[in-house]
Design a protein around this ligand. Structure first.
Ligand code: MN
Ligand code: MG
Length: 636
């Protein structure tokens, strides 16, 4: 027995309960599978969301399914289709096949739809059994939005029949208008320059609403591939869902792009956002997480008002495909829908072969056994890929002429992960799952603008990982075990020494503790002492840029570039483009000499095979360390 939603249970004969379901930011996640780690995952998969969707349909109310974009790119299955198999005439892309199997009724373009270029996008869209709309992606601009020639139709009006509470059937015309973050022309400059322009989301939708009404739309639903940002309307804003919600005539807003969940506590205490009512700008809205994690659901209670339909009550929710317990254990709430799995099976299986095959080569091993004590190739390769990406992104902008630095930290360096928890990729072929080993977290790429003085303080903050070392004493423990290794940023593009005789300038939380202390010595840019007033741009990740680790000079105001790409994808792109990488550890940093002083450092058992590769460090094994680690002595 299905428990009916109150709207359905008590709907009168002049009322209709209409349910709009949303998927968003699927990013090619059809299967519940993590292709980077090559193992099943219960937190992703449109095949799982499909079970929630079909559950709503089984309730025999009036239900529609829409998708909000970012379906074509974002995991190795997407890369396999774009870089390996390609889209030949008549091919149906697996994510499109899955959306067809699920009877998606309309979709819009997300920013990532443009990542593989327009030709790939057009071939992919050709396989869709549903309309895809976007009003602000423009081939030939006109004087006003309605005079633009858009890449795909700006909107669609779907004729449906809905059943009221008394069993009466009524025709209804529902308009869906699409829009995407206008920054696509910057993010995919190399694909879109000279081919497409974009317009502001809010003013574009506003311009089309009267036309959609004239053409008989009873309801208008915005498919806005944009997040929930500032309450006011800022021309060209990336996250414009709140002012979209305020547009007169828009009855519901499908949001996404931020990979968050609405309604949820993530959006508590925001102006014009009502988490309890599920509205933004006074209009019902939803955001269904990402990768199929949630089905968004907006319930509309419609009432006949003369010859039109009026929305008299609304609710919204996001239903998860899994629950995470207090112990972080993931429990799936639904099984996969076989029909959706079947629709993409052949390409899924081919993608499994693809991720296990080399995508490039490395001439030297990439391991992290000594990443906390010496220049490290596994950290540097991330920095180099970040620089490669960001140079291209900034090339035509206001920061093109500023010196560009790159910050990266080791992620897998033992610690609480134990003596086997190290990055360890041998020289030779690199497979996609090796890339996951090199970049563990799903961070997105960012750049921040800082001064030379801040570059130094950033490094002072990172150098807090080391204990203060007493000169002339032997065998002192080097690392503070409570300092998270992912806060040990190394900055590529400058050179420096770390003086361990000094106390850390910052405490473990990044609070200034010893203002007069300076561990960072000889900080140089292009072989000259760094100018404290000189502006720099540092490439980093979304965690650090937003203030993660409380680093000096970070925070939203410092961000000058927000990339839609993950640092891991940047690294993967770099390896694919270069083919063979030569990871060498530049002479970026070293410890200041302290005669007669030695420190002890614990690392993984397999470190012994590589210890001879550290020419600038006087280091030797001294037996067993704590909890199964191997101990080394470093003469400073
Ligand atoms: Mn997305
Ligand atoms: Mg997006």
């Amino acid at each position: 027995m299905i428990a009916l939603h109150p709207y359905s249970a008590f709907t009168a004969s002049q009322q209709v309960h209409l349910r709009i379901m949303e998927t968003t930011d699927i990013h090619v996640h059809v299967y519940p599978y993590d292709y980077y780690c090559d193992r099943p995952s219960d937190t992703v998969g449109l095949a799982r969301t499909a079970t929630l969707i079909n559950g709503i349909r089984a309730e025999a109310t009036n239900a529609m399914l829409v998708d909000n974009g970012d379906f074509l790119q974002g995991n190795p299955l997407g890369d396999y289709m774009a870089y390996e198999k390609g889209m030949k005439h008549g091919d149906v892309h697996p994510v499109i096949a899955a959306m067809n199997a699920l009877d998606v009724e309309v979709s819009t373009l997300g920013n990532h739809e443009f990542n593989y270029g327009l030709s790939f996008l057009e071939k992919s869209l050709a396989g869709a059994n549903f309309p895809v709309v976007s009003a602000n992606v423009i081939k030939t601009p006109g004087a006003t939005p309605r005079q633009d020639r858009t890449l795909i139709p700006p909107y669609v009006i779907l004729d449906r029949e809905i059943t009221d509470g008394g069993g009466g059937r009524h025709p209804i015309r529902i308009g869906f208008i699409g829009a995407v973050a206008p920054q696509i022309t910057q993010w995919d400059h190399q694909h879109l320059h000279g081919r497409l322009t974009t317009r502001d989301i809010v003013s574009t939708i506003e311009a089309y609403v009267p036309e959609m009404k004239e053409r008989g739309a009873d309801l208008i639903i915005a498919l806005s591939h944009s997040g929930i940002g500032r309450p006011d309307h800022v021309e060209g804003a990336e996250n414009a869902a709140i002012p979209v919600g305020r547009i007169a005539g828009v009855d519901a807003v499908m949001t996404g792009h931020q990979h968050l969940v609405f309604p949820s506590a993530s959006f508590a205490n925001m102006k014009e956002v009502d988490v309890r009512a599920g509205t933004i700008g006074g209009t019902p809205a939803v955001m269904g997480g990402c990768w199929g994690s949630h089905m968004g659901l907006i319930d509309l209670l419609l009432q006949r008002d003369g010859d039109r339909w009026k929305v008299v009550a609304t609710e919204s929710e996001a239903r998860p495909i899994y629950l995470r317990g207090q112990d972080h254990k993931v429990t799936p709430t639904v099984a996969s829908e076989a029909q959706v799995l079947d629709s993409a099976r052949a390409d899924h299986e081919a993608a499994l072969t693809y991720i296990r095959r080399p995508v490039g080569r490395t001439t030297a091993p990439l391991h992290s056994y000594f990443a906390l004590v010496a220049n490290d190739p596994s950290v540097r390769i991330v920095s180099i890929a970040q620089l490669w990406y960001m140079r291209r992104m900034l090339q035509d902008g206001p920061h093109a002429d500023l010196p560009l630095l790159s910050a990266a930290a080791p992620f897998k360096v033992g610690g609480r992960g134990g003596p086997g928890y190290y990055t360890d990729v041998p020289a030779g072929d690199l497979a996609i799952r090796n890339v996951a080993d090199l970049y563990l977290y799903p961070n997105a790429i960012r750049a921040v603008k800082v001064t030379g003085a801040t570059v130094k303080n950033w490094l002072e903050r990172a150098a807090g990982i080391f204990n203060q070392i007493v000169p002339g004493q032997p065998e002192q423990m080097l690392l503070n075990p409570d300092f998270p290794n992912y806060n040990f940023d190394v900055i590529d593009g400058v050179t420096y020494r770390i003086d361990l005789s000094q106390p850390s300038k910052y405490d473990i939380d990044g609070v200034l503790a010893n203002p007069d202390s300076n561990r960072i010595k000889g900080l140089s840019y292009r072989s000259k002492p760094i100018d404290p007033a000189q502006p720099f741009v540092i490439v980093t990740n979304s965690f650090r840029a937003a203030g993660g680790g409380n680093f000096p000079g970070t925070g939203v105001d410092a961000i000058v570039f927000e990339g839609p790409d993950s640092n891991r994808d940047v690294l993967l792109r770099y390896i694919i483009e270069k083919g063979t990488i030569n990871p060498s550890a530049a002479d970026t940093w070293r410890f200041s000499p302290m005669p007669g002083t030695s420190v002890l450092f614990d690392t993984g058992l397999k470190a012994r095979a590589y210890v001879q590769d550290l020419p600038i460090l006087d280091i030797a094994p001294v037996g067993e360390g704590a909890e199964g680690f191997a101990r080394y002595k470093i003469m400073l």
